[in-house]
Design a protein around this ligand. Structure first.
Ligand code: ADP
Length: 397
């Protein structure tokens, strides 16, 4: 999409010297976010500290002007971002270098450019735990759930395929290290290639670039994953896999809302998250924790999905609301979040995904695939909306 424009901006910015840090603004880690949308609007996040905000303003303006001179850029919004508190979650090894991720913050607050940013108060924090850089990937979206078995991976696969059907170059990264089911659902086997012994060539399943821990270890090898190991494996998969060029990378999160999940939400430059839940109340309670987790790290929630919403009888086509359909829609309404759609409990969905023949790939026009296409449309719409929203000012105590 706008990758080349983004790259051109980056190389233009690499010509600007950072007077405080003595290197160019890209190498110095001054640029903490850079996105260019379809309309050619470039959003650049320029790191500063609350007490240096006013002093950084000339640099911000210089960055803005340089980006505005790149062909294909229609408008530039360069904002100063001032980190407040170091993230509170686990597994956050500070990293150097610029995180050219997406324009949404991870444990740091954004202040708009200009005088307002000078009003930020509070201590300057240490180095921000910046996310790994994923060049050539426009948006990473997480599919998360409060608990296992709600159909999160099935949704992730079919959503990725439905996004692909909309013409987006799409990939899927299985971060569900506890039960990596993406290889099975896409019918993939064998270790991915690594021609140079360093970079990983993703497997291709039904057109999707796919990567999973399940491809790297023997299926019956019991593995005990500690948080830092999960993070390490994930960082590696993000950085060392040849994803580019991708419009969307769907990240199948491990189920739940614990430390491992929080740490992923903090470290991966997520453009947004989709939360999936079954209609049962208890699962909804869990989904609420998921919402809170993403909010804590300022990852926008793209919407809620209700899975196994009702049962369609394979014999008579009749519909039964066995779990009391509608809970997630009500919940979304209450929370002011988009409701992305409901997926029925469908025997074909179960059989096909367990056979490595996901319904959206095999029967894209079928009734069973329709909810996934609708959800994909909602995700694209939500993504557009969260990108257009101006940065928020968050003052933490
Ligand atoms: P999770 O990732 O939340 O653990 P999975 O996606 O692995 O859940 O789904 C668990 C099981 O439920 C799988 O066997 C899958 O095929 C099945 N399943 C998921 N969604 C549906 C659905 N809408 N209809 C029928 N079966 C489903």
């Amino acid at each position: 999409m706008s990758r080349t424009v983004r790259d051109q901006i980056l190389s233009r910015l690499a010509g600007i010297r950072d007077p405080e840090r003595g290197r160019d603004v890209v190498a110095s880690g001054r640029i903490s976010g850079l996105t260019v949308d379809e309309a050619g609007i470039a959003r650049i996040m320029v790191e500063t500290t609350p007490d240096r905000a006013a002093a950084t303003e000339p640099l911000r303006r210089e960055i803005e002007q340089a980006a505005a001179g790149v062909a294909g850029v229609t408008r530039v919004a360069a904002v100063l971002t001032a980190e407040r508190t170091p993230g509170r979650g686990p597994g956050q090894a500070p990293r150097g270098g610029a995180g050219h991720g997406h324009g949404h913050g991870h444990g740091h607050s954004h202040a708009p450019a200009g005088p307002a940013s000078g009003s930020a108060t509070g201590p300057a924090a240490g180095q921000r735990p910046s996310a790994p850089v994923v060049p050539g990937v426009t948006a990473i979206i997480a599919v998360a759930s409060g608990k296992g078995g709600v159909g999160k991976s099935t949704l992730a696969v079919n959503l990725a395929l439905a996004l692909q059907a909309r013409g987006l170059k799409t990939g899927i990264l299985d971060a569900d290290v506890y039960g990596p089911s993406i290889p099975r659902m896409l019918g993939l086997q064998g270790r991915p290639d690594s021609p140079d012994g360093k970079r990983i060539t993703p497997k291709i399943g039904w057109g999707l670039k796919a990567m999973s821990i399940g491809l790297m270890v023997e299926e019956d090898t019991p593995l005990i994953w500690r948080g830092p190991m999960v993070q390490g494996a994930l960082d590696q998969f993000l950085r060392e896999t040849d994803w580019a060029p991708l419009d969307v990378l769907v990240l199948d999160m491990p189920p739940g809302t614990g430390d491992v999940q929080l740490s992923i939400a903090q470290r991966v430059p997520l453009a947004g998250a989709v939360i999936v839940s079954t209609p049962q109340d208890i699962a909804l309670l869990d989904a609420r924790k998921g919402l809170a987790m993403f909010r804590k790290v300022e990852v926008p929630i793209l919407g809620l999905v209700e899975n196994m919403s009702w049962f369609t009888c394979p014999h008579c086509g009749g519909r039964s609301d066995i779990f009391g359909h509608g809970g997630a829609r009500d919940e979304a309404l209450k929370l002011g979040l988009p409701f992305l759609g409901a997926v029925p409990l469908d025997l074909d969905v179960r059989i096909m995904s367990d056979e490595g023949r996901p319904v959206v790939a095999v029967a894209p026009e079928s009734e069973a695939a329709a909810p996934y296409h609708a959800i994909a449309a909602g995700v694209v719409e939500s993504l557009g909306r969260v990108r257009r929203e101006p940065p928020r000012i968050i003052i933490e105590d």
